[in-house]
Design a protein. Sequence first.
Length: 247
Amino acid sequence: MAEIFSMQHKVLYYEADITDKLSLPMIFNLAVLSSTQESISLGIGPDYTHAKGLGWIILQHVVTINRRPKTDETVTLQTTAKEFNPFFAKRMYRILDAAGNILVDIDALYALIDMDKRKMARIPEEMVDAYQPERVKKIPRQPEPVLVDENKAIDREQPYAVRYLDIDSNQHVNNSKYFDWMQDVLDTAFVKTHEPIQLNIKYEQEVRLGDTIKSEVQLDGDTTVHRIWSGETLSAEASIQWTPAVK
């Protein structure tokens, strides 16, 4: 059975947004930081996977946010490998406050790709042995995000050029950038007066350097429904549930 990996982290000012709370993109950057550090400690970090021509890709994030930590708050980042089958891996992430309360809970689905062929690859047995997850034949499907209503108009959309600094070592757009694009297309007044509490994002297709993407949002009460397009290809779809911010 996999152990829970933990590390301490102090929220830095540049990891927060205008509300002085940990930003949505940084929530995911810190989550990936914890699993990367765990992998390095087990001897199967990025150097190991890249030497084999492999790279991890995220297929879906399902997130519950009870509270976003503030600048200078020290939190505990936790992660563990939950379930693996030959091609898919499920991982848990948590951010805890000083009292051990769960601030953020993330259920993530991963796969490995051949970085040259950009095709899914089998997870090497030595990696599974190192993580010690529960080995399963089939990983249960995660719930689908709320989808755009095709019978209603898109409320707002914005194009973005994919820049060099948007690309990570797996040779595609860092997953945290999707939250930049999704949040940026929202009205600033809405974002400043609302807190995200539930988020579900499903990544459909990689975005690469030189692409131009389009971020779309459809408003449905306290839920925003998002799509990221790369040309005519749907790259990601997501839904975010919000609640009015407490002053």
